[in-house]
Design a protein around this ligand. Structure first.
Ligand code: B1M
Length: 213
């Protein structure tokens, strides 16, 4: 059993300069990208998240941890997403307006790419107007919206309203997710699907696309 203690601690303490070597060492030891993500990186983020909610650490420490995790994600990305099948659809993805959390969104993006989608990533804190214009430009099958704050969940609804107002709602499926988002909330705002994690987001996206074909 591989010992992930150093990797967990490197993420938690935001030791960005150590994370590449630790990730490489886990890969050389034969660990899979999934194990590295689920046993090394995410537990480190959970630890710092717990301390953050107890006011034991503050935004700068959490930002360093997030940066460290993102460096490792970049490293394991090709392994996590695999070879990628031929494009099976297009997705516009972002974190909604007012919300700057991007780790979950980046994971969803990776899984979608790994499932063969062409993904247009608009980034974080993206306004409804920008999303509408990206839908006009890229003509995606799916718009994927992430929200991590209870105060920004409502902006997923605002995107759906903006798509309707622009006459584009029937052209795309909208999937929503993020820690505070629930199935019930997704239904209440008229989203086509809610998924709890990145893997199920990719599976649901495939299903939605196959239904429209
Ligand atoms: Co923030 N933050 N944060 N934060 N932060 C939370 C979310 C919080 C729960 C922490 C806490 O208090 N316990 C809390 C929200 C409380 C609430 O709304 N109820 C919070 C707060 C309050 C804030 C600030 C307001 C703090 C402040 O400034 N006082 C501020 C807001 C800034 C803003 O966005 N405008 C803020 C800032 C930050 C940092 C910048 C420091 C940093 C983000 C860095 C970054 O993302 N680059 C940060 C972080 C890292 C967190 C925690 C610790 C970790 C989030 C994370 O990345 N988790 C978080 C506490 C926690 O969640 N334990 C917290 C790992 C990631 C893989 O999980 O994003 O949930 P997650 O994604 C999951 C699923 O949700 C799902 O798939 C992923 C797993 O496979 N998923 C989708 C996500 N999007 C999806 C979309 C889909 C489908 C599934 O379909 C489209």
């Amino acid at each position: 059993m591989y010992d992930y203690a150093d990797m967990i601690s490197a993420v938690e303490k935001g030791r960005a300069r150590d994370i590449t070597a630790l990730t490489e060492s886990a890969l050389s030891a034969g660990e899979t990208a999934n194990n590295i993500l689920n046993l090394g990186l995410l537990p480190g983020m959970e630890n710092i998240g717990q301390k953050f909610s107890e006011n034991k650490v503050f935004v700068p420490e959490v930002m360093l941890a997030a940066r460290t995790l993102n460096i490792a994600l970049d490293k394991i990305r090709p392994l996590l997403v695999g070879e990628g099948a031929k494009p099976c659809g297009k997705v516009v993805i972002c974190t909604v307006n007012g919300d700057r959390h991007d780790i979950g969104k980046n994971l969803v993006k990776m899984m979608l790419e790994g499932s063969g989608f062409e993904v247009f990533d608009l980034g974080v804190s993206v306004t409804e107007e920008k999303i509408v214009s990206a839908v006009r430009e890229h003509k995606p099958d799916i718009v994927a919206l992430s929200a991590l704050l209870t105060t920004t969940m409502k902006n997923q609804a605002a995107v759906i309203d903006a798509l309707s107002a622009a006459g584009l709602r029937n052209d795309v499926k909208v999937i929503v997710g993020g820690a505070p988002v629930t199935e019930e909330f997704a239904k209440s705002i008229g989203a086509d699907a809610y998924t709890k994690d990145a893997t199920s987001a990719a599976a649901v996206a495939k299903k939605l696309v196959s239904q429209t074909m």
